[in-house]
Design a protein around this ligand. Structure first.
Ligand SMILES: [Zn+2]
Length: 199
C-alpha cells in the first residue's frame, strides 16, 4: 500500500476535523445578544456542571435574576409558577409589591387582570397614557423576550408576563419541559423590567 498516495491522504483526515472552524468563543446565549460569550453561569440545582455562556453584561444580569431564586430549587420555582397560574396562593410572592406599599389583599398585590388567582378579577390599571421611554439594551431585549414593543404600561407588562408563564408552563403543555428555557428567559426579562422600574 502506498501511504503517500493522494487517496490515502484524503481518507486519513476525517473530513469534519479537517474542515473544523478555528476555535472560537461561543456567542452569548442571551436572546438577541451577539456579543461573545465565555462567562459561565450555573444552570441550576438539578443541572450541576452545566452552564450558560453569556457575555459579561449578561452574566451579571443573569446572576441577578439567578440570585433572586437563591435557596429555591428549580422545581420550587416551577412549582411557584404552577401555583400562580392555577390560583393557589404561593408561599412566596416574588417581590411584586413595591417597597413600602402594603397591599390591601393578596389579589391586589398581583393586580390580577384575568382573575387567575380567584379574586374579583379584572381591575383596570391606573396607567392609561403610554409612557415615553428611551430603552437601553437590556430593557429592549427584555421587552422583546416578552413579545412587547416597549411602550406598554406596567399593568400591560405584568399581564403579558402572567399570560406567557401560563401558556409556557409544562402543566399547560402536557408536561413538555422543552419550553423551560423560554420560560426562564421570560422570568429573567420580567425581573429585569421590574428591577428597572418598568412595572
Ligand atoms: Zn450578552
Amino acid at each position: 500500500m502506498n501511504l503517500n498516495s493522494k487517496y490515502f491522504d484524503r481518507i486519513r483526515i476525517k473530513p469534519d476535523e479537517a474542515q473544523a472552524a478555528p476555535q472560537e468563543a461561543p456567542r452569548c446565549e442571551w436572546a438577541g445578544c451577539d456579543q461573545p460569550g465565555g462567562y459561565r453561569a450555573p444552570k441550576g440545582r438539578h443541572r450541576e456542571g452545566q452552564y450558560h455562556s453569556y457575555c459579561l453584561d449578561h452574566v451579571r444580569e443573569y446572576n441577578k435574576s439567578y440570585n433572586y431564586f437563591a435557596g429555591m430549587r428549580d422545581d420550587d420555582i416551577i412549582e411557584y409558577q404552577r401555583s400562580a397560574s392555577t390560583g393557589h396562593r404561593p408561599t412566596w410572592n416574588m417581590g411584586v409589591n413595591k417597597v413600602g406599599a402594603k397591599p390591601q389583599s393578596w389579589a391586589d398585590a398581583f393586580n390580577d387582570p384575568f382573575g387567575f388567582f380567584g379574586g374579583s378579577g379584572a381591575k383596570p390599571g391606573p396607567e392609561t397614557a403610554k409612557p415615553q421611554r428611551t430603552l437601553g439594551n437590556f430593557a429592549r431585549r427584555s421587552f422583546d423576550a416578552l413579545d412587547l414593543d416597549g411602550t406598554e404600561s406596567g399593568t400591560e407588562i405584568k399581564a403579558r408576563y402572567k399570560e406567557l408563564v401560563k401558556r409556557l408552563h409544562p402543566d399547560a403543555n402536557g408536561g413538555d419541559r422543552s419550553l423551560e428555557d423560554r420560560l426562564r428567559e421570560i422570568i429573567q426579562a420580567y425581573h429585569y423590567l421590574k428591577s428597572a422600574g418598568f412595572c
